[in-house]
Write a protein that binds this ligand. Structure first.
Ligand code: SF4
Length: 362
């Protein structure tokens, strides 16, 4: 039987090499990697576990996954830290907590069993690791997902895609849904965020090849990545990976250290949508502007062009899909579908407070 993939290589002099993300940090004893989460303790690579920094039950469309369990909720949880440092991060309170004193997030101890109990009680079909970069806390997420799978719950990562083949192999038995943020097609811009374009592109190719259900998001930031040529390059790249990969082009709003520019206008998202469709992508979704982009938020059958899922923001107003296919022409629609899905979103978006022991960390 092949041995389980490992996320560490031991080096000389108690050095360790971490393989959990594309940085592949070599870490000396008593030091941590770029993420400040994984650290070398006496020649052992360690990472915190047994805690969360946030948990919520909300629509799976918010992750966003549009081709997985539409109209259902996902249990979302996250920890602390990130391997990138995007100046416009919308989850900076958790993701930047270890490198920015103004990002104050309190860890709360919890066990995998407590999270699964919550997921079962809420009858969610999916759980996702999000809010911080899940790759850097992959071992802890896998501990949780092992129990989730045993309960028939589908598990996902909401990730920046700065992965390695090793970490993808490590999580693959436990993770079926994978959302990647493809932030720009400029390596120069990627490096400003702390990443490398080629790592993310290679990861996207591999995620698809390994059979995860992949959806890709590009937050369209005016003046950063909204140029015609750049959007065309992203769309062409994705179409080459697969024309069935849903591409979400979402609106930026000022956040964290990026107070300008203003929110992405609807016209820009509609232009990105047109570029994606011209590149051959079958499913392109402008997001974060509920009701502002017309029927483009909806899913249509690529063959007969009939409406399959009508959405407004994160709300599914009507789901006509039957057994993962178009009910009019029987075209199979790629995704992760239920046999008898709910017709509409029902009671989603309820923030939860769960009774877990307080962290002594304060
Ligand atoms: S997760 Fe990434 S950034 Fe963190 S130690 Fe490992 S390789 Fe370095």
């Amino acid at each position: 039987m092949p041995s389980a993939p490992q996320l560490v290589i031991r080096g000389s002099g108690d050095r360790v090499r971490c393989l959990a993300c594309g940085h592949r940090c070599t870490i000396l004893p008593d030091r941590s990697g770029v993420c400040r989460v994984r650290f070398n303790s006496g020649g052992e690579l360690r990472a915190p576990s047994g805690y969360i920094a946030g948990v919520q039950v909300d629509p799976i469309e918010k992750k966003p996954f549009y081709h997985a369990f539409p109209a259902r909720d996902a249990l979302s949880f996250g920890m602390l830290g990130c391997d990138l440092h995007c100046s416009y991060c919308q989850n900076w309170v958790t993701s930047q907590a270890l490198r920015d004193d103004s990002a104050v997030s309190r860890p709360t101890f919890c066990s995998p069993e407590q999270l699964i109990e919550l997921a079962v009680r809420q009858k969610v079909p999916a759980m996702v690791s999000t809010y911080n970069e899940p790759l850097i806390t992959a071992d802890w997420a896998v501990e949780i997902f092992k129990l989730a799978k045993a309960e028939g719950i589908c598990c996902g990562f909401v990730s920046n895609g700065n992965a390695t083949p090793e970490v993808l192999e490590f999580i693959r038995p436990h993770v079926d849904l994978y959302k990647v943020d493809l932030k720009t097609f400029s390596d120069k811009q990627y490096r400003k965020l702390g990443g490398i374009l080629e790592n993310v592109l290679n990861s996207i190719r591999l995620i698809k090849k390994m059979g995860f259900w992949l959806e890709v998001v590009t937050l369209v930031v005016p003046g950063f990545n909204d140029g015609e040529d750049e959007l065309k390059e992203i769309a062409a790249f994705l179409a080459d990976v697969s024309i069935d990969v849903p591409w979400h082009v979402t609106a930026f709003r000022p956040d964290y250290k990026m107070n300008e520019p203003q929110r992405t206008p609807a016209e820009t998202l509609i232009r990105a949508y047109d570029i994606g469709k011209e590149a051959g992508l079958r499913h392109v979704y402008p997001g974060n502007l509920a009701g502002g982009v017309g029927k483009r938020e909806c899913t249509f059958c690529p063959t007969c062009e009939r409406l399959l899922i009508r959405r407004r923001g994160f709300v599914v107003e009507e789901n006509r899909m039957k057994n993962g296919a178009c009910p009019f022409c029987n075209e199979s629609i790629p995704g992760v579908w239920e046999d008898n899905p709910p017709n509409t979103t029902n009671g989603a978006g309820i923030p939860l407070r769960i009774a877990l022991p307080e962290s002594p960390c304060g």
